[in-house]
Write a new protein. Structure first.
Length: 286
């Protein structure tokens, strides 16, 4: 077992999506080989700190600062929308990077965070989440279709209309009449591990309230049910716009809180700006 005694961290959440954050900007704190096991220990809600993932602050040669995220099962994720807002709050609040606008290197590319301050306290974070792809080989998804848009997928005992999208990490968006009627503990893991998704996938059930408002629930790859998923909400806003269900601007209600999006077109791809809060819960030592 990895020895984490004395490890300093901060616990943060973005609308209920919670993370221990570890500062490795000035040097490695947890050896690379130990990171998967350490993150499994830290995320455990009974025997650890508890979290939907662990964030690491690192230096970067291509951006202002570097970001890494590990899931509760120890696997490394490309990016997390709620996590990157927490990341921005942490690095500003701790004086690691005292900039109201910063570029962040992630495994899903370089992201830009703009911070809204009140009395030098960060209160809102606007993130350019970058562009998306619906191309099935890029999700990746095994399919004879170039794009899988609102198409049927058989899951256990039912058939869902699924839209597959990647915003740096993969998502399955399923628009339904009523998200409260969905047994996410049954269908979430079945879709996550479905044979058509060779690298597994994040799963979101979405209810359209109006062209500018929606409600969603999430099963995250490697984490299970979470209160929020920023990249999933981004994928939902973009998918809803592409299918004609949402306008460019949409407010999405997640179990942990609300996020606002503005979809944009860049060349032949759709992207989105995400805006929402982040919150420091406490600083700790393991």
């Amino acid at each position: 077992m990895v020895d984490l005694k004395g490890l300093k961290f901060s616990k943060m959440h973005g609308i209920g999506n919670d993370f221990p954050i570890i500062n490795e900007f000035d040097g490695e704190v947890i050896p690379e080989a130990d990171k998967p096991e350490a993150c499994r220990m830290l995320c455990h809600r009974n025997f650890g700190v508890g979290g939907d993932g662990v964030l690491f602050v690192e230096p970067s040669e291509v951006a202002d600062i570097g970001y890494r995220m590990f899931n509760p099962d120890g696997s490394e994720a490309e990016m997390c929308g709620n996590g990157i807002r927490c990341f921005g709050d942490f690095v500003y609040r701790k004086g690691i990077l005292k900039q109201e606008k910063m570029t962040v290197e992630t495994r899903a590319g370089i992201k830009t965070i703009e911070i809204t301050l009140e009395n030098d306290e960060p209160v809102l974070f606007k993130v350019d989440m970058g562009t998306s792809t619906f191309k099935t080989p890029e999700i990746p998804m095994t399919s004879d279709k170039d794009e899988f848009l609102d198409d049927e997928l058989e899951v256990i005992d039912t058939t869902f209309n699924v839209t597959a999208i990647s915003v740096g990490n993969p998502h399955a968006i399923i628009f339904v009449d009523d998200v409260d009627e969905i047994d996410i503990d049954k269908y979430g893991p079945a879709i996550e591990a479905h044979e058509v998704f060779p690298e597994k996938i994040n799963v979101h059930f979405v209810e359209v309230i109006s062209k500018n408002e929606g409600k969603m629930i999430t099963w995250e790859r490697g984490a299970g049910v979470t209160l929020a998923c920023g990249t999933g909400a981004t994928s939902t806003a973009i998918s809803g716009f592409k299918l004609g269900l949402f306008d460019e601007k949409v407010l999405l209600h997640l179990p942990g809180g609300d996020l606002r999006f503005e979809v944009y077109k860049k060349e032949d791809a759709l992207g989105a700006f995400m805006e929402g809060p982040a919150q420091l819960v406490f600083d700790g030592e393991y």
